[in-house]
Design a protein around this ligand. Structure first.
Ligand code: SF4
Length: 285
């Protein structure tokens, strides 16, 4: 097998396994293979983050999910990972383990009308194929639809299959969210959605911190963030921690030329302030 066939750790191409919903990502950070599920095959999201890396992003929701196709793809691909040649032939040594099944695609996964059925399907596959309990079920979400009962139900079901939610919180002011996520969501709604997530399933905050027109986020941006998270903690709502990162790959939005990554020391400075609240912070430059 030539090197071309080894899945590169930076290859996040959702077509790399030529399936409709399921795609593999090899992650050095997690130390294994993430089995991605992309429910937004139409590249539609209800937000438009200016750093978004989805090609041809449009506003909207996930299309109707063909659950039979998804189930078949997940069964075939997980079986291949567990019993076939994929790991040996296409994954670098040292990373040949399944780390997680991740709902993370080209848009907001919880916008799928079949979200609860998708979680049930993942649970069924995990059981049928006797996946180790240590394999996580991840949801990467902007959190905006967490007020919906069915989405909360999905998160409660996820919690039973080693679930973990990564809840996007890039800025904690309405002006900041408008600037970075291009959404008009109120801060009260963000807070309520976040509390709902934390109550349903272990939840990490996922925060992208970068420079816009060479200006890093302001001290006020940092204070807003600390105020929101501090108030949550005081009220007894405990996230697992914060995943703080900068720009990993180039944005595919019109603002791309105006964005730049921040140096590690800058992220570490903010991480130190967050840590003082008593929350673990994982920093990725
Ligand atoms: S929430 Fe995610 S998919 Fe949606 S615009 Fe933002 S980065 Fe892109």
């Amino acid at each position: 097998m030539s090197d071309d066939n080894i899945l590169n750790v930076t290859n996040h191409d959702r077509d790399s396994a030529a399936l409709r919903y399921v795609y593999p990502v090899v992650s050095r950070r997690s130390g294994g293979v993430s089995v991605g599920i992309n429910l937004n095959t139409n590249n539609a999201c209800n937000w438009r983050c200016i750093y978004c890396q989805v090609p041809g992003l449009i506003r909207g929701t996930a299309p109707t999910i063909d659950l039979a196709v998804l189930e078949n793809e997940l069964r075939v691909f997980l079986s291949e990972l567990l019993h076939g040649d994929f790991m040996r032939n296409r994954v670098p040594q040292g990373l040949q383990r399944i780390n997680d099944i991740a709902l993370s695609g080209n848009g907001e996964p919880t916008s799928a009308g079949e979200f609860v059925q998708v979680i049930a399907l993942i649970a069924r596959m995990r059981n049928e194929l006797a996946l180790p309990d240590a394999v996580k079920t991840l949801l990467i979400t902007n959190g905006s639809l967490l007020y919906r009962n069915l989405v909360q139900q999905g998160l409660r079901d996820m919690a039973k299959i080693n679930g973990e939610v990564w809840f996007k919180l890039d800025r904690a002011s309405e002006a900041g969210m408008k600037r970075v996520n291009d959404t008009h969501m109120s801060l009260n709604k963000v807070r309520d959605n976040l509390i709902a997530a934390i109550e349903c399933c272990p939840t990490w905050l996922q925060t992208c911190w970068f420079a816009l027109d060479s200006e890093p986020p302001s001290l006020q941006d940092e204070d807003d963030y600390l105020e929101l998270v501090g108030a949550l903690l005081r009220d007894g709502h405990q996230p697992q921690g914060v995943l703080l990162y900068s720009l990993a790959r180039p944005s595919l939005q019109a603002e791309a030329p105006r964005l730049s990554a921040l140096p590690l020391e800058h992220l570490q400075g903010f991480a130190e302030r967050i840590s003082k609240l008593g929350l673990p912070v994982k920093v990725t430059p």
